[in-house]
Design a protein around this ligand. Structure first.
Ligand code: AMP
Ligand code: ZN
Length: 499
């Protein structure tokens, strides 16, 4: 059905994409743990999968996209140690764990909307699927891959590896090395082997989020929710599983083991991993303070940036890198991306309102344009290569602008080529890359439309002032202020801003 190739982290090769059921795609992506505001690193990963989702739909697949919300079970230490991240935050803020979950889920959704990241088809929560998780633990025990110890249940990695010889295939970890890692973790003494992991944990009296089960009052292990929810909504074997590449181990490796342990087959045919967003060369992460919030980036109120950037300029900046490459956030790179974004969108807007010259029936530039349009999609077919697809679009910009500048070239294209080019810009920029100008009105980066209107209003006010019509000039300023739009008269003329 398509020429799509994607890089499968499992085989470590680019493979041609053949969905399990023709015409349909099941895709599961690990969602956020809702214990704090999402950071730009998380946003990059969800944006990468948004473009993948949009492109699959563009290719004509019927996609069921499941992206979960982790609202229980993710412990501070990522392994089976430490407090639950959400319970810890609840204590800190002196609110209910479910208030923490609601607050940060709302914030996450706001951010997804701001960056024009599509809603998934299903967004299941871990707490909403406790029954399914308990059932999966039971299946793992019944199949001989889980054992109960003091009310907790552990996955028996040794037995699993002996039977299947696959533990570590996804992440490249070697079980023997894991076994020799002597870590002093809580509950470690209950495990038969240090590489075993909890699939159900007995809760102590002080623990806030817990449920009854046949083994104890407790809570599911973090990895279990994704196994249970992907199986429930996509089946035992589905097409694509994604997430950030920091989740390969232990999270995804353990998901594979659980699915095989419970259902007897590996969950996903293709594993896709998005690379990390860096700042100053280091992974952007909250825990070591190397982070900038999206709001600070919009307002420019951060030592890391010289000014604010609109969400769509940031989106463009992120798509200028391939999803499997790291991306280093810097003011210079953002500024360059902002310029590129404007250039491309200006050409797009200009192109869409062009009319064909009916006297042209054959043209020299047709072949060149058609060739570049074809290449845009070849790049996207090549493991969703957004930077190379954008590079091809940039090659088309001077051709489009030659019309505006009254130079020979694009003026003489056929109706068919003009239509194909318009469609290419619209499909790639708006539908696939999700660059929606109308949304660029946050913070200091303003949408083109609002910018135009503000210029006009400022001009009218200047005319009123020149005519000494102070009442009109003041009314304009005061009415704008009522809408949080502030205009300032300075030496370089009048500027405006969001309050
Ligand atoms: P979390 O909320 O920590 O479970 O993470 C949500 C998603 O964001 C996961 O897929 C992570 O792999 C991803 N992620 C976390 N940090 C970064 C980063 N610096 N760059 C890109 N993705 C990240
Ligand atoms: Zn997951």
């Amino acid at each position: 059905m398509s020429n799509l190739k994607l890089y499968n982290s499992l085989s470590k090769e680019k493979e041609s994409f053949q969905p399990i059921n023709e015409g349909a795609v099941g895709m599961y992506v690990c969602g956020p743990t809702v214990y704090s505001d999402v950071h730009l690193g998380n946003i990059r990963t969800f944006m990468s999968f948004d473009v993948i989702y949009r492109y699959l739909k563009y290719l004509g697949y019927k996609v069921r996209y499941v992206r979960n919300i982790t609202d229980v079970g993710h412990l501070v230490g990522d392994l089976d140690e430490g407090e639950d991240k959400i319970a810890k935050r609840a204590k800190l803020e002196n609110i209910e764990p479910m208030e923490v979950v609601q607050k940060y889920t709302n914030g996450f959704h706001d951010m997804m909307r701001t960056f024009n990241i599509s809603n998934p088809s299903i967004e299941p929560t871990a707490t909403g699927h406790i029954m399914e998780q308990i059932q999966m633990v039971q299946d793992i025990i019944d199949n001989g891959y889980g054992y109960v110890e003091n009310g907790s249940v552990y996955f028996d990695t040794m037995k699993f590896h002996k039977d299947h010889n696959t533990y570590g295939n996804l992440s490249g970890r070697i079980l023997e090395d894991l076994l020799s890692e002597t870590r002093d973790l809580k509950n470690q003494s209950e495990k038969r082997n240090p590489a075993d992991f909890a699939i159900w944990m007995k809760a102590d009296d002080r623990h806030l989020m817990k449920w009854s089960s046949q083994w104890s009052v407790g809570f599911p292990g973090w990895h279990l929710e994704c196994s249970a929810m992907s199986t429930k909504y996509l089946g035992k074997h589905f097409d694509i599983h994604g997430g950030g590449n920091d989740l390969k181990f232990p999270h995804h490796e353990n998901e594979v083991a659980q699915n095989m342990g419970a259902c007897g087959c590996a969950p996903a045919k293709y594993w896709l991993h998005a690379n990390m967003l860096l700042m100053n060369g280091r992974k952007m992460s909250k825990s070591d303070g190397n982070t900038i919030s999206a709001y600070d980036l919009f307002s420019g109120q951060s030592e890391h940036v010289s000014k604010g950037y609109s969400p769509m300029a940031v989106r463009f900046f992120m798509l200028m890198a391939h999803y499997r490459s790291t991306l280093d956030l810097s003011d210079k790179a953002l500024e360059a991306a902002e310029k590129g974004y404007k250039k491309l969108m200006d050409a797009h807007r200009y192109l869409q309102q062009l009319k064909h010259d009916p006297t042209v029936t054959v043209s020299d530039v047709d072949e060149k344009i058609k060739g570049l349009v074809g290449q845009v999609f070849e790049e996207l077919d090549d493991d969703f290569n957004t930077p190379k697809a954008l590079a091809r679009l940039f090659e088309l910009v001077p051709i489009v602008n030659s019309y505006r500048d009254n130079k020979p070239g694009f003026r003489d294209v056929t109706q068919e080529t003009l239509d194909a080019l318009k469609k290419c810009f619209q499909d790639v920029l708006i539908n696939i890359m999700g660059l929606n100008d109308e949304l660029s009105t946050e913070g200091d980066g303003h949408g083109e439309a609002l910018d135009g209107v503000m210029k006009l209003v400022i001009d009218l006010r200047q005319t009123a002032r020149a005519n000494k019509d102070w009442a009109t000039a003041d009314k304009i300023r005061d009415d704008l202020a009522a809408h949080n739009l502030v205009i300032k008269d300075g030496k370089e003329g009048t500027t405006w801003n969001h309050n």
